[in-house]
Write a protein that binds this ligand. Sequence first.
Ligand code: GAP
Length: 493
Amino acid sequence: MAQKNNDEQFKNVISHAKEYGFVFQSSEIYDGLSAVYDYGQLGAELKNNIKTYWWKAMVQMHENIVGIDSAIFMHPKVWKASGHVDGFNDPMIDNKDSKKRYRADQLLEDKIARYEKDGKTDKAAKLQADMDAALTAENLPQLKVLIEEHEIACPVSGTKNWTEVRQFNLMFSTQFGAMAEGSDEVYLRPETAQGIFVNFLNVQKSGRMKIPFGIAQIGKAFRNEVIARQFIMRMREFEQMEMQFFVRPGEDKKWFEYWKEARLKWHQALGTAPEKYRYHDHVKLAHYANAATDIEFEFPFGFKEVEGIHSRTDFDLTQHQEYSGKKMQYFDNDLNEDGKPFGNYVPYVIETSIGLDRMFLLTMINAFEEQDLSTEDKQDSRTLLRLHPALAPYKVAVFPLTKKDGLPEKAREIMNTLKFDFNCIYEEKDAIGKRYRRQDAIGTPFCITVDHQSLEDHTVTIRHRDSMDQERVAIADLADIVGKAVSWKTLLA
Ligand code: GAP
């Protein structure tokens, strides 16, 4: 099949996601809500499997990491302490003719990408440096100067008639009924991390955790993104999988390197080509960080961040200590080099933060394949989701060859044994070939066909999704064959 260009391939993934019930536009019958998406029947399964992979790798495989599930609503002071009320802003600029709003830095990023594409690398590097310098509150007007200097026009109106650049806070706020007047504004959390920080002592004490230890959680986060695009890449409601690892001051750099490597390994265990991933070490650091790196994946629209690993120092716990008036310290009675206890301190934190929806998109893009199966005599093709079997929504599809002669009953009997351990689907409609193709398209690693021979010798054919090979196996061996392939051990051992 002719090689599709990246745009076309991305569009195909999006329409495939909708056609097979992975992702739908939210409130579609009302023409949708921008940058909000719903996960359909297969999307919910795939998403759960990605969560399980993360949870197992981060929580269950580590004796010193535990998981929590904190509330989305938090005391408003949390966001004052964390810096989100004052600093969680994007620089926005409006085009006066089209009335369209853009992120000023994004317009410049797009220009840099265009310079790079045209081989103007010096220009690209210079603009990148100028933009980095302008991305501070006091230098913000400089962003407009750069937009004008580089003759960036609004993609809609085509004009260069821009407003000044303004800061736009990304947090959604809402009213909280029971609180006293004047202090009743609460925020939908823009990250899950703060729910971990404020529970640091609760978990440490109740779990008798000893440093170094981690607290992980998976949950929704909300950001009123100025521009949201590229499907589920940048959403206004999304999910994060975050882990804060609390360490001794001075050991932060060592743990930062550890998590940087461990997190890339987690990604690569899924079998993705290594060149699809890269680190992007931050040169310009947030005020609270002493090191930060992104794990980037090569999406059809270029290398983009999927996960951040941040060395956040003691910033967050110190801020919460100050704003809450409660001590956020740990007593370390291990002995230091001088034979004395380390004593009381505010721990340093290494954070790993991955967007679940971005991981979902990455997984779909990586798995999506249009295969040409034509022979000299016949044109043929198939769409395949080459998902790792542990992530596949269904592990097994069970088909009776025909709808009669007791074959459906036998197929149901097999399914009724397998379904306790594996998510199974039963199909009796359409010819077998067509049923195989449908399962290929949703990533089911095994199709089991029950035929007349099955009734006599208790065997079935098992068909492997990727190779399309079929073999005859004993019904009694099915659970073992499937179990080995879909086991989390294949990813975690
Ligand atoms: N606690 C740190 C934190 O939130 P971040 O870099 O802002 O750091 C972490 O976000 C991850 O969350 C990103 O790497 C990305 O995968 C995901 N993410 C952030 N904003 C998102 C959005 N609007 N839509 C989807 N995913 C998003």
